[in-house]
Each structure stands twice: as structure tokens, then as C-alpha cells.
Write a protein that binds this ligand. Structure first.
Ligand SMILES: C[S@@+](CC[C@H](N)C(=O)[O-])C[C@H]1O[C@@H](n2cnc3c(N)ncnc32)[C@H](O)[C@@H]1O
Length: 230
């Protein structure tokens, strides 16, 4: 395995146990739900991963589209939500084929670091086209250049202690040091942005942008941006 796409399509151990995965996706779903502007909103969770609690978002929106590059993730989410008419699961190429102005809220959490700067620019142009004129884009968990692996470790341990899986998190951290994640991160790296760079990228893509006071995920050193079409 030598690239991020195949890593996320594999049986990785980023979530150290079932409780970690459950707590993580429940919190992400509740935070996405808090950004939903109203019951008629059409929502896209782009790079959704195993969004096992997407039904919590669907409960306060008109519909939720989950999109992930990994076919195995899409298959698992499609099976999980097969009986929920408000949730659909599609591939990135299907998102590109959606009509203009179709969406009221797009959320992308913890994806920017796995995209090249050119891929990010392309994605933002697509999001700008898909958003309704009064729509909102939330780009979350963007990693500044001075935030490294140590910050992730500290944040994970604090999160695990608070949520009752500290032992599993310690074992998980040891596993991660010898995992494909570590190898790919040291060869391919991740893409990091200063606040000013990310704001400029959003502005160049046709958005007004602000950094929110709090990151959507548990590492407070990472950044969340809210953007609206100009
Ligand atoms: C760190 S996980 C984040 C998952 C989820 N958003 C969350 O909040 O936990 C990154 C996810 O982004 C997906 N991904 C990476 N690059 C992508 C792309 N270009 N298009 C769509 N999904 C992508 C991966 O397959 C993976 O599931």
C-alpha cells in the first residue's frame, strides 16, 4: 500500500476500537447537524468515511449525501443506510455530475491533508458550483504547518481518557507507529496550511471565509473554516 486512497480503502486501525469509532462519528454527526440550516436543507458530507451516525444529520435535514473515494467505505455505508430514504451514498465522480446550486450545506472533515493543493482547488471550484447562493461550506480539521504528530497523540489520549478508551488508545498508538499510515505519511506526507493560506484559497475559489473559534474534531490545534459563496 503506497498511497492515501488505498490506505482509506483498507482495513486500517485509525479507530482504536469500536467505542472510539462510535464516539467519533456520533460527535461529528452532531456537529454537522448543528450546521444544518433547516429541515429542507440538502447536505453533502464529502470524504465522509464510515459516517455510521449520518442518520442523526438526516433527522434534521431534507437529505444527506455521503461521498467517499474509498469503494469499501461506500459499500459499507450504502448497506447500513439502505433503508433510510434520506441518505444516499455516491462516488466522487457522481458528485461532479450533480446540478449547479443543488446543496445547502457541504461539510468536509479531516480530508484536506490528504489532497494536493491542486486537488483542493479543484474540489473548491466544484463545491462553489454545487452550493446554493445562500449555502454554506464547512472545511474542518485543516492542519497548520506547526502542528505535528505529537499534537495528534496528545489530543487522542485526552479524547480517549474523556470517553473511556484510554487503554485501547495506548495500544492503538503503538500499532500506528508500525502501520501503513505512518509509512505513507513519512513518504507522501500530508498537506498543511496556515490559516492565512487556507483563507486565501477559499477567497480565490469565490467564497467569503472565516475561521471558527473551535475545530470540529477533537484536536483544538487544527482549524475549521466556514465559507459562503460570494
Ligand atoms: C480521515 S478520514 C475522515 C472521515 C470523516 N470525514 C471523519 O470526519 O471522520 C478521510 C476520508 O476522506 C476520504 N477521501 C480522501 N480523499 C478523498 C477525495 N479526493 N474524495 C473523496 N473522499 C476522499 C478517505 O477515503 C477517507 O474516508
Amino acid at each position: 500500500m503506497s498511497d492515501w486512497r488505498s490506505f482509506w480503502d483498507s482495513e486500517h486501525s485509525i479507530y482504536v476500537n469500536a467505542r472510539h469509532k462510535d464516539v467519533h462519528y456520533r460527535e461529528i454527526a452532531d456537529q454537522i447537524a448543528a450546521f444544518v440550516p433547516g429541515p429542507s436543507a440538502r447536505v453533502l458530507d464529502y470524504g465522509s468515511g464510515d459516517a455510521i451516525h449520518a442518520d442523526r444529520v438526516a433527522a434534521v435535514a431534507s437529505d444527506v449525501t455521503l461521498c467517499d473515494a474509498a469503494p469499501s467505505v461506500r459499500a459499507s455505508m450504502a448497506a447500513r443506510f439502505a433503508n433510510n430514504p434520506r441518505i444516499k451514498v455516491i462516488a466522487p465522480e457522481d458528485v461532479a455530475a450533480l446540478p449547479d446550486g443543488q446543496l445547502d450545506l457541504i461539510v468536509t472533515n479531516s480530508v484536506a491533508q490528504y489532497l494536493t493543493e491542486d486537488e483542493l482547488t479543484g474540489l473548491l471550484a466544484m463545491f462553489r458550483r454545487l452550493l446554493a447562493t445562500d449555502g454554506t461550506l464547512i472545511f474542518a480539521d485543516v492542519i497548520p504547518p506547526d502542528v505535528g504528530a505529537l499534537s495528534d497523540v496528545t489530543a487522542l489520549l485526552r479524547y480517549a481518557a474523556k470517553n473511556g478508551f484510554l487503554g485501547a488508545a495506548l495500544v492503538g498508538l503503538v500499532k500506528t507507529t508500525v502501520s501503513p499510515y505512518r509509512k505513507i505519511r513519512s513518504t507522501l506526507g500530508i498537506t498543511q496550511y496556515t490559516q492565512a493560506q487556507f483563507m486565501q484559497t477559499l477567497t480565490d475559489a469565490g467564497f467569503t471565509a472565516e475561521r471558527l473559534a473551535r475545530n470540529m474534531e477533537h484536536n483544538p490545534a487544527r482549524m475549521t473554516f466556514r465559507a459562503r459563496p460570494v
